[in-house]
Design a protein around this ligand. Structure first.
Ligand SMILES: NC(=O)c1ccc[n+]([C@@H]2O[C@H](COP(=O)([O-])OP(=O)(O)OC[C@H]3O[C@@H](n4cnc5c(N)ncnc54)[C@H](O)[C@@H]3O)[C@@H](O)[C@H]2O)c1
Length: 247
């Protein structure tokens, strides 16, 4: 599925699943503005992808980052057609042990950043319609222990996504959510430090493996951004090998 004429912002777009999304979108013909705090990964991505990507080293927690990303898309590529809110940092701890800083980290990088980027993108997406892909998590759907701050922010993102899908449908702006399960560097490090937990997670995946960010998750995001998904909005898609199935 081709994404010619698409101009897309990807938050956390330099590494992990976000880096894979940036690569796949550019390969399919889109122009990408990738926003990430990881300057080295961003510079490497710019070297790899050339003029079709603009990397901004910035923190999504700051409101001005969303404005800067939208301005960069318009000035560098001539507009904005899509937004992928992928960045999210969080720490795990039992509910009673979570600190205010840990709650703030999860909500500011996840929910607040998603809200701010959607608001900043809206005037441009409203011009000719567009697609927003937000990120949820199976850990939030099942209420995984130690994930209170993360799961709460992820479900807030899903709630917001459904409301905005309804409010902005008249402007032909679609809003969907992807819940991935993918073998990123972070997940790989966790699998090596906690092999028993990793094996237990793997056992719950019917397709028998953690997904690949580039070949399993990014194509689902590309689909939601494309015209092939033009009749889908307000939905959650599980890119998780069948680990969590919605009814
Ligand atoms: N990997 C999985 O299996 C999995 C499972 C469920 C949900 N998710 C969700 O998928 C998305 C991507 O996950 P991932 O595993 O690739 O995460 P990751 O932590 O590997 O990568 C996230 C990217 O966001 C960037 N980032 C972090 N904080 C930032 C900030 N304040 N400002 C700008 N950039 C920032 C990081 O530098 C990194 O490049 C997240 O929303 C995550 O919650 C992932």
């Amino acid at each position: 599925m081709l994404l010619q004429d698409q101009i897309v912002i990807v938050t956390g777009g330099a590494a992990g699943i976000g880096g894979a999304i940036s690569r796949v979108l550019v390969r399919r013909g889109a122009k990408v503005v990738a926003v990430d705090v990881d300057g080295q990964a961003g510079a490497e991505l710019e070297t790899e992808l050339g003029a079709d990507i603009a990397f901004i080293q910035a923190d999504v927690r700051l409101e001005e980052t969303a404005e800067l990303a939208v301005r960069t898309a318009v000035e560098r590529f001539g507009g904005l057609t899509g937004l992928v809110n992928n960045a999210h940092a969080s720490r795990q701890a039992p509910f009673t042990d979570l600190t205010p800083e840990q709650w703030d980290l999860s909500f500011s990088t996840g929910f607040i950043a998603t809200r701010n980027f959607m608001l900043a993108a809206h005037p441009h997406l409203a011009k000719s319609g567009g697609s927003i892909v937000n990120f949820g998590s199976g850990a939030a759907l099942v209420g995984q222990p130690t994930q209170a701050a993360y799961a709460s922010a992820k479900e807030a993102i899903r709630g917001l996504s459904r409301v905005v899908a309804n409010e902005w449908a008249k402007e032909n702006i679609r809003v969907n959510v992807v819940c991935p399960m993918a073998m990123t560097a972070g997940v790989k490090a966790w699998s090596e430090s906690a092999p028993e937990l990793y094996e237990a997670s793997l056992a719950k995946v019917p397709l028998g493996r953690f997904g690949d960010p580039e070949t399993d998750v990014a194509p689902i995001v590309a689909f939601l951004l494309s015209d092939d998904a033009k009749y889908m909005t307000g939905q959650t898609l599980m890119a998780d090998g069948g680990a969590n199935q919605l009814y």
